[in-house]
Design a protein around this ligand. Structure first.
Ligand code: F0G
Length: 351
């Protein structure tokens, strides 16, 4: 099928300057996959869907924002783009910059970026720089350097990133025929929850599609928006959202409040449990991407959300292949047999 690039598909709703030069990898158009067994397991009679953003070209939702940010930068003949990243933004920036003929420089926190993301950034040809510090330190550095040099910042502080990421909200409304009752998603630097809210509000104004309640979910060890203060040394197994000072924290809190929802924290154990639950329905996501479901499960358990009869969407932001180590480390070694049919029969049928 010939897919119209998101920038054209939703041109009415995306604020991008006329001078921009389209840079696209056919991002978006991700499926909304029903999760009937998990819904039953959570104890409700309701419609639960995963918006599977891991199926974007570089394996995460970042591509929706990057097509717009890089297209705008290309229109200005920008030569170099830069970002700080826990990994996914780095891979996405690297891919789109390469396609545009730009150089990408990515700053990552040393030792805290999952293998699939680092490999992606390298494969797409970015200059990858590890810093002895956190994502928050890296973000401060790239903001400063982009203020003083002709280097375009492509973190979600760049408003064009948000313009692109709104498209996920449009797709959900298009597919369901309206906004869901709840949208549950992980929150790190808080660009995505901000974009979704902008998108749902805009669509509602034009199409009366309604507004969801938001359940933003942080990891307990990296939950500045729940605690109400920055976290100096954030820690979580969900390295994508290992962020202590979210750049768009205020907007995230506002979005959650305006939507009649909230931002909560969940344990790493719950995140990993829900990563396994999603895999049991055929959807392998990286740990951060299971946070939305983990939050929903906790809220239903505590009686804080009554899902009955509702449409609930969890946003699965990145593919499981991004972070293979988390699975590989905990799995038993594969069983080994001789290359004989009798040995195979013995093993799987029993003797
Ligand atoms: N899920 C995944 C897989 C992510 O990579 C991120 C952010 C988020 C959720 C949270 O989104 O920051 O907009 O609140 N990753 C950024 C990065 C920080 O550098 O790749 P957010």
């Amino acid at each position: 099928m010939n897919r119209i690039p998101l920038i054209q598909r939703y041109s009415l709703f995306i604020n991008i300057p006329a001078y921009s030069k389209l840079v696209t990898l056919n991002e978006g158009y991700t499926p909304l996959i029903p999760l009937p067994h998990i819904a039953i397991h959570l104890g409700g009679s309701f419609h639960l869907y995963a918006k599977y953003e891991g199926l974007n070209p570089t394996g995460s939702f970042k591509d929706r924002g990057m097509t717009v940010a890089i297209s705008e930068a290309a229109g200005r003949e920008v030569q170099t783009v830069i970002c700080a990243s826990t990994g996914n933004t780095a891979a996405s920036a690297a891919a789109y910059a390469s396609r545009a003929g730009q150089k990408a420089v990515v700053l990552i926190p040393e030792g805290k970026v999952a293998a699939g993301k680092l490999a992606g950034a390298v494969a797409y040809g970015a200059q990858v720089i590890q810093i002895a510090g956190s994502f928050d330190d890296a973000l401060e550095m790239v903001v400063q350097i982009s203020e003083h040099h002709p280097i375009a910042l492509v973190n979600s502080l760049n408003p064009y990133r948000l313009e692109g990421q709104k498209t996920a909200a449009f797709e959900i409304c298009d597919e369901l025929g309206k906004a869901p009752d709840w949208l549950c998603l992980p929150v790190g630097n808080a660009g995505n929850i901000t974009s979704y809210w902008m998108g749902f509000k805009q669509y509602n104004e034009y199409k009366a599609s309604g507004l969801p309640h938001f359940l933003g979910v942080q990891a307990a060890g990296s939950a500045p928006l729940v605690l109400g203060h920055p976290v100096e040394h954030p820690e979580t197994v969900a390295t994508a959202i290992r962020i202590g000072k979210p750049a768009r924290g205020e907007q995230a809190l506002q979005a959650a409040e305006e939507s009649g929802g909230k931002i909560i924290a969940v344990s790493d154990e719950k995140i990993l449990e829900m990563q396994r639950a999603l895999a049991s329905e055929g959807i392998w996501v990286e740990p951060a991407s299971a946070a939305g479901l983990a939050g929903l499960a906790e809220e239903i358990k505590q009686g804080a959300i009554d899902p009955s009869g509702k449409d609930i969407v969890i946003v699965c932001t990145g593919h499981g292949l991004k972070d293979p180590d988390i699975i590989v480390k905990s799995m038993p070694a594969p069983q080994k047999i001789t290359a004989e049919i009798a040995a195979l029969e013995d093993l799987i049928l029993g003797s």
